[in-house]
Design a binder for this molecule. Structure first.
Ligand SMILES: [Zn+2]
Ligand SMILES: [Zn+2]
Length: 212
């Protein structure tokens, strides 16, 4: 015998029952409800009728507009949402990143400090953290690349160009991703410097462009 009371269309606090959902393992009757706030949620008959559940939970959610989470300032609740299990909806908050980019986030993610900047700022800060902590990216020390002055022991005044006393020539080399690359010995210092500069462009420029 079916003693089910049809709650479709009935209002319970801020919730209006939209339709019955198929039961799960516990066999209790579940209803898909639309909340006045725009979210939808699933509620059990029992919880609805005893007025235990009178909203999607939004009564507890405070307005976070104007609040800052990491690099994001919350502007307003947007009309964008994500679908949750059981065809529920959760609205996203429109936020502005410090860089000006607009992003949409769930309030619980913000409060847990997850993804509190836009994607490109996240990537940038991940790279910065790497550069700052060790300065190593793709096996190369970026802080050294960015420095153009020669090492203290340089004989030429140019990084990677040394006077070889034995051959009487200027030797050019470059260290990149842990490997020394020999760039030849040159009679004139200018030639050695040119060789080094060409190599810098070849090896360093793409990396610096990418990360700094
Ligand atoms: Zn609600
Ligand atoms: Zn950003």
């Amino acid at each position: 015998m079916n003693t089910l009371i049809d709650l479709t269309g009935k209002r319970f606090g801020k919730l209006v029952v939209r339709e019955k959902l198929p039961p799960r393992d516990d066999k209790r009757t579940r209803w898909l409800c639309d909340c006045d706030c725009g979210n939808s949620c699933v509620a059990y008959s029992y919880a609805l009728r005893k007025k235990n559940q009178a909203s999607c939970g939004c009564g507890k959610i405070k307005d976070i507009a104007g609040m800052r989470f990491g690099h994001l300032v919350v502007l307003k609740r947007s009309n964008q949402y994500i679908d949750t299990a059981d065809r529920g909806k959760k609205y996203l908050w429109e936020c502005r990143c410090d860089c000006g980019q607009t992003v949409y986030r769930l309030s619980e993610k913000l409060r847990d400090e997850i993804n509190c900047s836009c994607k490109s700022c996240m990537e940038k800060s991940a790279v910065n953290a790497m550069v700052n902590s060790a300065g190593f990216v793709e096996g190369t020390q970026l802080s050294k690349l960015a420095r153009t002055s020669p090492n203290a022991n340089s004989t030429s005044g140019v990084r990677g160009v040394f006077f070889n006393r034995r051959s009487g020539k200027w030797r050019a080399s470059i260290k990149f991703q842990g490997k020394h690359h020999y760039l030849g010995e040159h009679v004139k210092i200018e030639e050695a410097i040119n060789a080094r500069q060409r190599a810098e462009e070849q090896y360093f420029a793409p990396l610096l462009e990418k990360y700094v």
